[in-house]
Design a protein around this ligand. Structure first.
Ligand code: HEC
Length: 230
């Protein structure tokens, strides 16, 4: 008799666990539906989706320089240029100092300023200054031209580099500013990130833990696997 009661109780518990598992599963499906039909930040999303739109580690990944140029500001660049002034004049006809005069540099030959004695490292580069190579140079001169005598660590912030380049571009004949990269692909990337983060969050759902606790106390029924979030 006792045995049978135990068996019945066991099956009841077992059924309960199956039901809980099923509930979890449907919960998952609804979660996914919610996510598909919402856009992060529009107010209709579960909070974790909205949170996922806040840039995290990805903020370190640099955009193409055209992105920073598009939102750049030559006036800000002019004040940033204070960092360069100890060694560079940038006014028209400005004298060479520790570094060459920088008037009309953008679009013109690298190491081309008359009367300045460049290092072999920079003189051997060849080509003209454009947005890409100037960006690399200002990021870390010693990496762009190993052995350069410009003893300046570089500007780690891409926006600072863009701003200074826009200012340098104004101080001379100037070259065309590239169009900003299409914003569509950026949104797509953000949506993909949000999806990945959203799923990760679901897998941590506390309901799953609760269920595992119950399974632990039920002997045989412990073999029932609670479906995990994908
Ligand atoms: C400590 C002095 C120093 C500072 C600070 C400095 N530079 Fe220079 N810069 C130099 C020297 C020296 C050279 C020549 C490098 C060589 O010949 O290897 C140079 C070269 C350059 C060139 C190449 C010019 C050409 O004719 O091809 C550019 C562009 C330049 N610097 C921009 C900047 C900017 C922008 C800043 C500020 C963010 C800056 N530099 C800060 C010393 C400096």
């Amino acid at each position: 008799m006792d045995d049978r009661k135990n068996t019945i109780a066991g099956w009841a518990l077992f059924a309960g666990i199956i039901a809980l598992g099923a509930a979890l599963l449907t919960g998952e499906i609804f979660h996914d539906d919610d996510f598909d039909s919402c856009t992060a930040g529009d107010g209709y999303c579960p909070s974790y989706v909205a949170d996922a739109s806040v840039p995290t580690g990805d903020v370190e990944a640099e955009q193409p320089i055209a992105f920073y140029l598009a939102q750049g500001d030559a006036t800000r660049g002019e004040s940033q240029f204070a960092k360069c002034q100890a060694c560079h004049a940038i006014n028209q006809g400005g004298a060479n100092g520790i570094g060459p005069g920088l008037y009309n540099t953008m679009g013109n030959p690298i190491a081309g300023h008359a009367g300045y004695s460049y290092s072999d490292a920079l003189a051997g580069k060849g080509g003209n200054w454009d947005w890409d190579n100037m960006n690399e140079w200002l990021k870390k001169p010693s990496a762009f031209a190993p052995g350069t005598k410009m003893s300046f660590a570089g500007l780690p912030d891409p926006q600072d580099r863009a701003d200074i380049m826009l200012y340098m571009n104004q101080m001379g004949s100037g070259i065309a500013i590239p169009p900003p990269p299409p914003p569509v692909s950026e949104d797509e990337a953000a949506a993909e990130d949000a999806a990945a983060d959203g799923d990760a969050q679901t897998a941590e759902d506390t309901n799953v833990e609760l269920n595992e606790d119950e399974v632990e106390g039920t002997g045989d029924a412990g073999g029932v696997d609670v479906p995990e979030a994908q």
